[in-house]
Design a protein around this ligand. Sequence first.
Ligand code: IPE
Ligand code: IPE
Ligand code: MG
Length: 242
Amino acid sequence: MYKELIGKIDKTSMPKHIAIIMDGNGRWADLQKVKRVNGHKMGVKIVREIVETAVEVGLEYLTIYAFSTENWRRSNHEVKYLLKLIMNSLVSEIDDLTANNVNIRFIGSAEELGKSYNKKVVDVCKKSWHNDGLHLNVAMNYGGRREIIDAVNNILTDFQNGKIDAKIDAEKFEDYLYTVNIPDPDLVIRTSGEERLSNFLTWQSAYAELWFTKTLWPDFSRAEFIEAILDFQKRKRRFGAR
Ligand code: IPE
Ligand code: IPE
Ligand code: MG
């Protein structure tokens, strides 16, 4: 079914970068009468399918929101489970990802995750850094406001050290974001019926097309992902011009 939909994609107007807020794992688990963490576990399976589909349609950049700087507010049990699940999934998927020419990296603040967690992420991701297919960014301990504050602090440090001068424009500023060298998202998808950005790619989403679905993340599918792309292709982007 989704193969047919793929045929409808206009290859000449593909979004370059799609970003996804994968929401609704908890509600999915409630509906199934299972524990919240089982919703997260099921969510990982869908990530795999969507990454495969992104590769299949030749997408250049995919960013997935895995854990926000606000998600530490959840129970200790859920937070621990998520951190472990994300690490374990990275470790178990890295060989397949690498074989599919995917280049994976994590974006977000390194601060709360701890040295050994961050080191392991880099050590594993490194295996894929020679790849030039899909660039997969995992937003982990990511917050758009934190990213901007981190940028400002790094700019101040570089200024004090005489590395840059006192004039900053948008282009220069973007060199200090976690997403340096990554184009802005063209399309932001959010599942679960919530229609907000929840601190995701705050700077970068300024002109993104937004696409919302009521589907809970564990029920999201390849077909719906393609539908989002097809809908994007019907839109007229103006960027403020007439
Ligand atoms: C999204 O699902 C996953 C993360 C935020 C890590 P939720 O856990 O937010 O699911 P709901 O919103 O409670 O249904
Ligand atoms: C956004 O979902 C974060 C991720 C998907 C990782 P949340 O469930 O945390 O967002 P809110 O709290 O509903 O805004
Ligand atoms: Mg949620």
